[in-house]
Write a new protein. Structure first.
Length: 344
């Protein structure tokens, strides 16, 4: 029998790559989509299967992490062997503006799903494994390099909520002897990255500037350092974490950090532009409390899971720039109007 997985956040960056990976491995994939007045499935359109297709292996359900009744219903319908909880209000800056919703979807949302799973296992006797999408943001102000033993020091409502979700996951693992694992993933990016995260904001601007659609790029703190990897590599880590013989917590990272400034250098120079001619600092993008330096030590995942990232920093930046140069060229052909860069 092939396995079945349930993914919350299937319409997000990671959800789309994870779906591709699991489908390629023969899984049936169930995904939770939240209701929106406009389509929010662009990242999974290429793997979407119409409900009228018999034997389809990608099945979408309307539900929301803020609604336990719906979560319970989906769990009972999908009967997954593995649950990947990727759904979240995942933007750190936005979490300062919407802290309560962030806590509801990220922290309490995880608790809701864990509790549904606990009841489901108790009533059915089925074996279900749970992956919790933890974040390097949980380390926040802790001194780099960070590993699985580094104490958390969260610096935003988002990070505090992820720490709560982490400990809910640990508590449910210990209290009810469930297979629940936390992935502590450092930043991972791709051409599918949301456009308000700094890497994609930069590569979108590079493409648009090159195409003559944008003049300026407004950014915040250029000195922040992040351990940036490729999302396609990181979903492999998620899967391996759930295939491990026992539930545990693992870091996924490259072990190499770069500043936003270095990302700018790499991205603009790839198309022979000098970023200093286009970038302006706008305090709008500063955070009330910043995370200065994240650098992960991925030794445990390498040793115990045999996982290592394949894509280098330069390959990642170039992949994103090349993709956004193509996208901007398409945009230019459809509507050659300049965008208001400050709105992003
Ligand atoms: P993303 O692109 O922002 O995707 C988030 C997903 O969560 C989207 O599918 C979104 O739906 C969904 N979602 C938001 N609120 C929800 C709610 N109330 N109920 C159900 N679904 C909801 O994030 P990502 O980069 O793929 O990251 C995946 C997970 O890993 C997140 O939990 C994130 O916090 C965590 N993480 C990410 C990174 C990273 O660098 N990417 C690093 C560490 C941890 P819509 O499409 O409708 O918005
Ligand atoms: O791209 P960012 O918004 O990502 P951040 O805050 O590191 O969070 C991402 O990675 C986490 C893993 O560590 C995830 F858990 C989280 O869900 C998300 O995916 O910002 C990166 C850095 C920050 O220091 C920020 O201050 O870039 C700096 N930055 C400078 N100018 C900017 C900007 N960030 C954004 N979003 N927009 C700017 O204009």
């Amino acid at each position: 029998m092939s396995k079945s997985a349930l993914i919350t956040g299937i319409t997000g960056q990671d959800g789309s790559y994870l779906s591709e990976l699991l489908l390629a491995k023969g899984y049936t994939v169930h995904g939770i989509v939240r209701r929106s007045s406009s389509f929010n499935t662009a990242r999974i359109n290429h793997i979407y299967e119409d409900p009228h297709v018999s034997g389809r292996r990608l099945i979408l359900h309307y539900a929301d992490l803020t609604d336990s009744t719906g979560l319970r219903r989906v769990l009972e319908t999908a009967l997954p062997d593995e649950i990947y909880n990727l759904g979240a209000q995942s933007h750190v800056k936005v979490s300062f503006e919407n802290p309560e919703y962030t806590a509801d979807s990220v922290a309490v949302g995880t608790l809701r799903l864990l509790d549904c799973m606990r009841d489901h296992i108790e009533h059915t006797g089925r074996e279900v494994r749970f992956y919790q999408a933890g974040s390097s943001e949980m380390f926040g102000a802790a001194k780099p390099p960070q590993n699985e033993l580094t104490p958390f020091y969260p610096r935003s409502p988002y990070a505090v909520s992820k720490v709560a979700a982490h400990w809910y996951a640990v508590n449910y693992r210990e209290a009810y002897k469930l297979f629940i694992s936390n992935g502590l993933l450092f930043n991972h990016e791709s051409p599918r990255r949301g456009e308000t995260f700094v890497t994609r904001k930069i590569t979108r601007a590079v493409g648009r500037i090159k195409a003559g659609l944008q003049d300026k790029l407004f950014l915040g703190n250029l000195d922040a350092r992040r351990d940036w990897g490729f999302a396609g590599d990181y979903v492999e880590a998620m899967w391996r974490i759930l295939q491990h013989s026992e539930p545990d917590d693992f870091i996924a990272a490259t072990g190499e950090a770069h500043s936003v400034r270095e990302f700018l250098d790499e991205a603009f120079s790839h198309v022979n532009l000098d970023w200093q001619e286009y970038v302006e600092i706008d305090p709008l993008y500063f955070r009330p409390t910043e995370v200065d330096y994240l650098l992960g030590d991925p030794s445990k995942a390498r040793t115990k899971l045999g996982w290592r990232p394949k894509t280098t920093f330069r390959e990642l930046v170039q992949m994103m720039v090349d993709s956004d140069v193509r996208l901007a060229e398409e945009e230019r052909l459809i509507s050659p109007k300049k965008v208001v860069a400050a709105a992003r």
